[in-house]
Ligand binder design. Sequence first.
Ligand SMILES: *Cc1c(COP(=O)(O)O)cnc(C)c1O
Length: 231
Amino acid sequence: MALNEILQHSAKVNQQVEQACKNHNRLAKQVNVLAVSKTQPVEAIQQAIAAGFNNFGENYLQDALPKIASFANTAHLNWHFIGAIQSNKTKEIAESFNYVHTVSRLRVATRLNNQRPTDLPPLKVFIQVNISGEASKAGVQSAEAVELAKEIMNLPKLSLQGLMCLPEATEDFNQQRQAFSQLAQLQTEINQQLGLNLSELSMGMTQDLEAAIAEGSTWVRIGTGIFGARK
Ligand SMILES: *Cc1c(COP(=O)(O)O)cnc(C)c1O
């Protein structure tokens, strides 16, 4: 997409989020937009910053690190890792990101905790749940999420925010809502069982942001809607 279209597309995404909040009795300030900048060049991210975004999501570490470095002098940016995590990449993730949305194994959580530099605040993490139970999808099974949450609460350099999911793609609004509702319910159960107050839900992308907001999302992860189709 042409760079100057990013401003218009961003305004449209913000309008969609606002409208979804109105439709479903949510406060707009409780829903954050994570601009998913994977595969996008630095210039596109600069446009998105000009449009008012300051949270960026990246899936591929080697693609992300030079971009993060190029914004080292830009204040108030948060970088979110939202891709699959290989164990040998945890050190660089722990050193360079503010958030990780895709924690689904204790081994990875422990490494991120141990490798988080002591001069940085705890790394904010989400547990990725395989909410649709698809064999091919990443994420912990719903039944194992409580145990993983309990373990993560013992790791002092991690700050558990809540749950994240990437449900089976469907264009059916009610089906979209159902998966997100299950994730929200699971978070309520975890809070009750462990006496926690987890309040963040990372769910919803360009195609299903309204359903996610209807079910309580606090972080919608928007790539295409802001930056256009990826190559
Ligand atoms: C790419 C990606 C997104 C953004 O998807 P769009 O459909 O482009 O909005 C959100 N979340 C994750 C985990 C992704 O990999």
